[in-house]
Design a protein around this ligand. Structure first.
Ligand code: SAM
Length: 187
């Protein structure tokens, strides 16, 4: 795996910009996987480009656990979530580089979104282990990595780390400018 290289917090404003919808349509990317009432894990939400759509899709009975490592990203995420009226369904947490601290949600998550985060981690293996432990049996993960930063070989290594954690590729979704896979934990 590459060195730990977290994207600068100020880039969060660009990543959360409405203009990004011209490339990444959050509803188009997420709506096949997320239903009302689901519990969703979002590691590395940045300032919440996808978080707001996740919160809309899970509705009042659902819950989003968004774990961000940069306090400035997290503060902006919380502001945006509050402005959208979704604070009651988004649990925005500060994580540490080597753990997201998910013991309280073990075995209860329906779906996880790992969008443009895995290449920033010190190691993919422990990350996928944590995600797998948080998921319910049969739960799934949408993994998407920027094709400009992550080579086919690096993505294959991420998929191997996921498989070693019990998360196996079941679909090849098309996500613009990304290498993507839908992973599933055995039921
Ligand atoms: C390239 S940004 C992508 C943000 C968002 N997923 C999106 O697509 O708009 C990657 C995010 O992952 C966060 N991150 C990096 N390492 C992390 C870790 N170990 N735990 C939680 N978040 C992390 C970064 O701070 C950053 O906000």
């Amino acid at each position: 795996m590459p060195e730990h290289r977290v994207c600068p917090w100020w880039l969060g404003y660009f990543l959360a910009s409405p203009l990004r919808r011209l490339v990444h349509n959050p509803s188009g990317i997420l709506s096949s996987y997320v239903r009302e009432g689901m519990k969703v894990l979002e590691p590395g939400p940045g300032m919440g480009f996808f978080t707001l759509e996740l919160a809309r899709l899970v509705g009042v009975p659902g819950r989003i656990i968004a774990v961000e490592i940069q306090p400035k990203m997290l503060a902006a995420l919380k502001r945006r979530v509050a402005k959208a009226g979704f604070s009651g369904r988004v649990d925005a947490r500060l994580g540490a580089p080597h753990t997201m601290g998910l013991a309280d949600v073990a075995g209860s998550v329906d779906f996880a979104l790992a969008f443009a985060i895995v290449h920033e981690l010190p190691a993919a293996g422990p990350f996928f282990q944590e995600v797998a432990q948080a998921l319910k049996p049969g739960g799934s993960v949408l993994l998407a990595e920027p094709s400009g930063h992550v080579t086919g070989q690096e993505f294959a290594a991420e998929l191997e780390a996921a498989a070693a954690a019990g998360l196996h590729r079941v679909e090849n979704p098309r996500v613009p400018r990304s290498r993507a896979a839908l992973l599933r934990k055995a039921a």
